[in-house]
Design a protein around this ligand. Structure first.
Ligand SMILES: [Cu+2]
Length: 151
């Protein structure tokens, strides 16, 4: 899975998407399944080509905070290109939580650290800034929320 997004690498991601889109066009519209890659192409680029339009986001919940996989910023702003299909996976390392965005009508299962991670998929079909939050108990009131920006 390609792990992306996050304030610091947002621009980098959009650049990658642009590059991948161009590459996809070059592969030819006649055969949409044609993902042939030259032997010199790095593995990461091959993965990106296969996942055009799909973004995998791994989130971890602990206490009253969400974290992007490998990042240390609490409740980070998540940037997404409009039209992207988002595969969001929530795992919990402390407490019991879920991940909800009302505007996209999306919510993971409520899970604890002993449960398996919960994945949801949605299409970011509207632009703007939306709030994601945890709907368990009063977590949202206690600050367990952040912004998801679609542009
Ligand atoms: Cu919570």
């Amino acid at each position: 899975m390609t792990r992306v997004i996050g304030k610091k690498i947002g621009s980098y991601l959009f650049s990658l998407i642009a590059i991948v889109s161009l590459t996809a066009c070059e592969l030819g519209a006649d055969d949409p399944n044609n993902t042939a890659i030259t032997g010199d192409t790095p593995i990461d680029e091959q993965t990106m080509v296969e996942e055009v339009g799909t973004i995998a986001i791994d989130l971890r919940a602990e206490g009253r905070e969400f974290y992007l996989d490998g990042e240390e910023e609490a409740n980070p702003t998540i940037f997404i290109s409009q039209g992207s299909t988002v595969e969001l996976t929530l795992c919990v390392t402390g407490g019991r939580h879920d991940w909800v965005v009302d505007e996209f009508d999306v919510a993971t299962a409520q899970i604890g650290q002993d449960d398996e991670c919960s994945m949801v998929e949605f299409t970011a079909d509207q632009t703007g800034e939306f709030e994601y939050y945890c709907s368990v108990g009063n977590h949202r009131e206690e600050g367990m929320y952040g912004a998801i920006v679609v542009e």
